[in-house]
Ligand binder design. Structure first.
Ligand code: F0G
Length: 458
């Protein structure tokens, strides 16, 4: 018999989780004003809100925590992380920050001015937030294929070069400080960008004198997909692929809470010394001295080790196969999901799932609430609430994709949990015809409203 696939690790420590009743969940979600961010984690049985900072560190990472050097300046932990970043990603200059959006804050404070244009592939919400906060504009240049959830395309995170060149021609390097390529592209469904596309974006940008920034939260998962799906990479190691990817970037921002499998941390990687010097000032102002930024020494140690483990094939294979296991189960049940399945999450197509709920009543959020009530599972809306209002017209933006994201934490849940999630969603699917109304907003913040929004039943 052929031996089945199984995980590349065993479990050394466990954390109990408690099942809850439907009656309890109905009460708690009402008290939370139908905002899943407002639920206490003790009220959640399986937490798929995010894969960010929710992973399980390895025994080696925990032992690195004990070796942290907490010196204010010039700590050994800083050097260890600096050397690891240079070795794995190829950036000679780096600045530690407390998480990904802090890296954006420091770097964008250096580079982004009012009136600037920043093209990219479906910018992540904090990235867009940091752009719009500075009165600049993010322009989405993702390929059209990404917006059809049923279409099979190996690299739905790719940048459309025609769209990108049009933006370059229209605004030029005076208005465009850089282009952001998000690997993998979270907002389009955890979809990868091919090596060929990374190279083409870089070459086009060079032609127009524009820098390229990789938003790198899930860079290793992107490299895994290149290895599995792109011709010519099957025999290359993940680390070789990662080095090649970063030949096509001038800068990177990193949320280490994803592919570096730590609970907190981030950094900026730079190739240009002058830019590094300018960014240092903002790092010192917002984060901390340049050799620790927003991190303690022990956190930098765990992060350095996480970068090594996170770029191992066996780990990535276990990780991504689990996400695909869940996605395949949902597809078996006929549930509409973004296909191919992404690296870190399964994205359920809420427009197709709940066509009777009006778009003004937040279809994906409605589905998220239903799944919570059904099984105590917490996903996150990637739809109308997240898309926010247009900063100029203040009208609601209705995105092409209205998704419920089920993000899978790294090395945390088993495939029994995946079966449970699939069954709960199947139950909601079976009663979908009876779900005809959603939720209206009763209060919202002026920017990034989805975190704190308050809702009532429509
Ligand atoms: N870029 C991408 C692609 C992200 O997915 C995130 C965070 C960030 C930047 C910001 O990083 O959270 O460390 O400040 N994504 C999380 C998520 C929150 O749930 O997808 P951060």
């Amino acid at each position: 018999m052929e031996l089945p696939f199984s995980e590349s690790y065993k479990i050394k420590m466990v954390e109990p989780v408690r099942r809850t009743t439907r009656e309890e969940r109905l009460k708690w979600i009402d008290e939370a004003q139908y905002n899943l961010f407002k639920l206490k984690s003790d009220y959640v049985f399986i937490d798929l809100l995010t894969d960010s900072g929710t992973g399980a560190m390895s025994d080696k990472q925990w032992s690195e925590m004990m070796l942290g050097d907490e010196s204010y300046a010039g700590a050994r932990s800083y050097t260890k992380l600096k050397d690891t970043i240079e070795e794995i990603l190829g950036f000679p200059y780096f600045l530690p920050t407390h998480q990904g959006r802090a890296a954006e804050n420091v770097l964008f404070s250096t580079l982004v001015k009012e009136g600037h244009i920043i093209p990219g592939n479906s910018h992540f919400d904090t990235t867009k937030g940091h752009i719009e906060f500075r009165k600049a504009t993010a322009i989405d240049c993702t390929i059209d294929e990404a917006f059809d959830t049923t279409l099979d395309h190996p690299f739905k995170g790719n940048v459309d070069l025609v769209k990108l060149e049009k933006v370059y021609k229209e605004y030029g390097k005076e208005k465009i400080p850089f282009t952001v390529v998000t690997v993998t592209c979270n907002s389009s469904g955890g979809q990868p960008v091919s090596m060929a596309n990374l190279k083409a974006v870089y070459e086009l940008s060079q032609k127009y004198g524009i820098a390229v920034l990789f938003d790198s939260a899930r860079f290793a998962e992107n490299a895994y997909f290149i290895k599995i799906r792109e011709e010519g990479y099957a025999e290359k190691s993940i680390k070789e692929i990662v080095r090649e990817m970063y030949q096509y970037a001038d800068m990177m921002t990193m949320s280490s809470k994803k592919d570096a499998i730590v609970n907190m941390g981030g950094f900026i990687g730079l190739k240009d010394q002058e830019l590094y010097r300018q960014a240092c000032t903002f790092n010192i102002m917002f984060e901390g001295f340049v050799t620790y930024g927003g991190m303690s020494g022990r956190d930098m140690n765990a992060l350095a080790q996480g970068l090594r483990e996170g770029t191992e094939f066996d780990y990535l294979e276990t990780r991504i196969k689990q996400v695909q296991y869940l996605g395949d189960k949902l597809r078996e049940y006929g549930i509409p999901v973004q296909y191919p399945i992404g690296g870190h999450a399964v994205f359920v197509d809420a427009k197709k799932f709940l066509p009777h709920v009006p778009k003004e009543q937040c279809q994906a959020q409605t589905l998220g609430v239903e799944l919570y009530i059904e099984g105590g599972i917490r996903g996150v809306e990637i739809g109308t609430l997240l898309a926010d209002r247009d900063p100029v017209t203040r009208e609601n933006r209705y995105p092409e994709l209205e998704l419920l994201r089920l993000a899978i934490p790294r090395r945390v849940y088993t495939n029994n949990h995946m079966d449970y999630i699939a069954a709960a969603l199947k139950n909601v699917w079976d009663r979908r015809e009876s779900i005809t109304s959603g939720y209206n907003i009763t209060w919202e913040a002026p920017i990034m409203r989805h975190f704190t929004v308050e809702l009532e039943k429509a």
